[in-house]
Design a protein around this ligand. Structure first.
Ligand code: NAD
Length: 436
């Protein structure tokens, strides 16, 4: 079987490499010449654990190829996946589907055989219909089906998520499209990954509903963390106590600085707009968006307060810049507004991230000092702040951190440190939703 993947980013590249690993021939089309050049040279344009090996194996097996010639890639493909970005549209919060529609136009102009055109991008309800219209308008004689196959992988564990998914959702209207996509995913259904066939609109909505529900769960535990701080309870025990209830589940109950990243912020905003447009506003999603925004905005103030009310002339060490560990993705990372605000208030910033310092540099103010490691960042700092929970931060020695620092303030926005060990080392430790 042969397929094409339009877009070789976090989702397109991982999905393509996984499909190739499962035996399908995949041609990736990528317009970003930097990303394409790196792929051609055997380098990874994004950081994702295990991806370099999987891509190299796919290439060596002759099943994975990259290029910018869309017509060549779609020739003979039974399915053409669109995995381009759908960022927030400037000004109104809707998802910007212009890249998806542009890709659909290019596909329409290039196809010469039956194919299922599949959105893997997260797209608003009705986008599948719009793609079908585009195809009909440009090439009325073309024999195509349009389907939706939203992707649920998480950056940092993307390959495992793709290969052992909780479910695969396929929105398709024709038997022929269901057959093609069912056959493509057969290696996963053989290992009992549930395949859920739905209407196209349903599949499109499932993706937004899933992300918004998860974002709501994070926001809920963040609010509980605030309450725990007031009443002297421990949010981790609260999370454990409610998470053991199978109806609630343990996952996504980790308090932090507010959700960020390439998906939750834009997808909650988009679902908010979609439901408003259709006259069925979701108050829960609207509130989730508002509470999260306020939380992210409030994080710098929390650090300033921990520093005694001012960071002017002080040095703050920031550990972790990405929106989560095991990725280099800086999109909507909480570190950016936090560092910008602290710098505005007169703090000198010493930052360290294990992977993403180059990606962070263009987003952060000039003058941020990029450090060799966490201890180097702590050197001479008045306060140390953990923004991303990279595993290597968990193993830091409280005594070495203390000895490197000038001050004693540690603000742990991810609760990676042991509060007791921190206090015993003489550090003024502040976690989220729990007391030392
Ligand atoms: N990143 C994630 O964790 C994740 C998870 C699930 C779903 N999604 C969704 O998947 C979609 C893609 O996200 P991403 O993170 O992979 O984005 P990305 O920006 O990393 O990748 C998109 C790629 O598409 C390329 N592209 C754009 N137009 C093109 C065209 N016409 N032809 C060829 N290439 C083109 C871009 O150059 C870019 O490299 C989004 O809708 C996103 O919401 C992302």
């Amino acid at each position: 079987m042969r397929i094409a993947m339009i877009g070789g980013g976090y989702v397109g590249l991982v999905s393509a490499a996984c499909f190739a690993d499962l035996g399908t021939e995949v041609a990736i089309v990528e317009v970003d010449q930097r990303r394409l050049g790196m792929l051609r040279e055997g380098q990874m344009p994004i950081y994702e654990p295990g991806l370099d090996r999987l891509v190299a194996e796919g290439v060596a097996a002759g099943r994975l190829s990259f290029g910018d010639d869309l017509a060549a890639a779609v020739a003979g493909a039974e399915a053409v996946f669109i995995a381009v970005g759908t960022p927030t549209r400037r000004g109104d919060g809707h998802a910007d589907v212009s890249y998806v529609l542009a890709a659909a136009e290019q596909v329409a102009c290039s196809l010469n055989n039956y194919a299922v055109v599949v959105t893997k991008s997260t797209v608003p309800v009705g986008t599948g219909r719009r793609i079908a219209e585009v195809m009909r308008r440009l090439r009325p004689e073309l024999d195509v089906d349009v389907a939706s196959n939203p992707e649920f992988l998480r950056e940092g564990s993307a390959i495992g998520d793709f290969m052992r998914p909780d479910r695969v959702v396929i929105g398709a209207e024709s038997e022929r499209a269901r057959e093609v996509l069912g056959r493509l995913y057969r290696p996963l259904s053989l290992i009992e990954a549930p395949i859920l066939f739905t209407k196209v609109e349903t599949a499109e909505l499932i993706k937004y509903a899933a992300n918004s529900f998860l974002a709501m769960k994070v926001t809920f535990i963040n609010e509980m963390a605030d309450l725990c701080e007031k009443v002297g309870a421990d949010v981790h025990d609260v999370a454990r106590g409610i998470g053991m209830d199978g109806r609630i589940g343990r996952k996504f109950l980790h308090p932090g600085p507010g959700f960020g990243g390439s998906c939750f912020p834009k997808d909650t905003l988009a679902l908010m707009r979609i439901s408003q447009d259709w006259g069925a506003p979701s108050r829960l999603v609207e509130t989730t968006v508002a509470v999260n925004e306020a939380r992210k905005a409030g994080m710098a103030a929390r650090i300033v307060a921990a520093c005694g009310g001012s960071v002017h002339g002080k040095t703050v060490a920031v550990l972790g810049l990405t929106f989560k560990p095991e990725t280099d993705d800086m999109r909507d990372a909480p570190s950016v507004p936090i560092i910008c605000r602290l710098a505005e208030e007169g703090a000198a910033i010493r930052a360290f991230d294990p992977i993403a310092m180059d990606q962070a540099r263009p987003l952060l103010p000039d003058g941020v000092a990029y450090c060799q490691d966490a201890y180097d960042a702590a050197e001479g700092a008045d306060a140390l702040v953990v923004v991303t929970e990279w595993n290597e931060f968990r193993a830091l020695s409280p005594a070495r951190v203390r000895d490197a620092m000038r001050g004693r303030v540690v603000v742990d926005l991810r609760n990676v440190f042991d509060p007791v060990a921190m206090s015993q080392a003489g550090l003024a430790y502040q976690g989220v939703g729990r007391r030392a």
